[in-house]
Design a protein around this ligand. Sequence first.
Ligand SMILES: Cc1ncc(COP(=O)(O)O)c(C=O)c1O
Length: 358
Amino acid sequence: MRVYNFSAGPACLPEAVLKKAQEELVIYGNSGMSVMEMSHRSADFEEIIHRAERDLRTLMNISDDYSVLFLQGGASLQFAMVPLNLMTRHRRAYYVNTGMWSKKAIAEAKKVGEVIVPASSEDRTFSYIPELNADMFKGGADYVHITPNNTIYGTRYTKLPDTGGLPIVADMSSCILSEVINVNDYGLIYAGAQKNIGPAGLTVVIIRKDLIGRAPANIPTMLDYKTHADNGSLYNTPPTYAIYIAGLVFEHLLKNGGVPAMQKLNEQKAKLLYDYLDSSSLFKGTAEKKDRSLMNVPFVTGSEELDKKFIARCKEEGIVNIKGHRSVGGMRASIYNAMPIEGVKKLIEVMKDFEKNA
Ligand SMILES: Cc1ncc(COP(=O)(O)O)c(C=O)c1O
């Protein structure tokens, strides 16, 4: 039996995608071999990677002004690659601190240049997105880094800051493809694949072309965006199987109404859960209402013992990976694109029943 997997990542994938991959696992098309066994320079794989890029461009409406890169090293390597490549003119960047992942990005950037943190929500366990205004970004800097969705604390930006023209660099690991965005508002978008895109091991970078080629000459080859842009993400062996699965996910999304349809479904799923949380006398959401994430919903009972009991009860009901991050405690339901609405309804049913008997 497949369970409802509320993991924050690696996370559930669409069952239709897994089945298609299963069908093609041993022999892909007319190749006589698995995608895993294929040369990354073969015509079959070239078609796979080109189609994946084309479909992602269609889904996110990415113009030719941007390169799409399929890299490795996770979002965590982007914490380093972003400053190494972009913090090169003013040697300074703004980083808004909205959670543990922002903090990690800040720590890496500090190794490269000067980091200014114009706003932070650390004072209240990152339970909100701080107010940002143009005055905060005055003075020369190379970019402004934000984390639009904060996976651990369940918050999201509902509007972009006015940075006065400074490029926005966004860590979209836990929200890419979940709602419609305008790519042209960003200088660079990056995301580890393992939440809304596909398996772990792949990192997607969408970078405005004028930001490529700004790295110093002594940057290691693999860390330079230009290397990957110039070689169509095939400078070295890319994570071929992960790219193939990501391609299947993109195709699946296109067939099912694209990002607008996903957004609608994500809003429905999140509303069901938040409405219940707001009506419950046992469970409470931990993020401020105005900044609630559509993707990650942390909640608590206020009693560690009850949290534990609830998590155990969930497991009996086929609901797994619902335990919260240690820094927030309680529970966290990650309801990415691939979580069916039935999974959310089932979770609420179990919560209601648990509340009645608590
Ligand atoms: C917002 C965000 N940024 C970065 C990361 C780290 O990603 P990776 O493990 O791919 O390096 C995560 C992982 O959960 C995340 O949610």
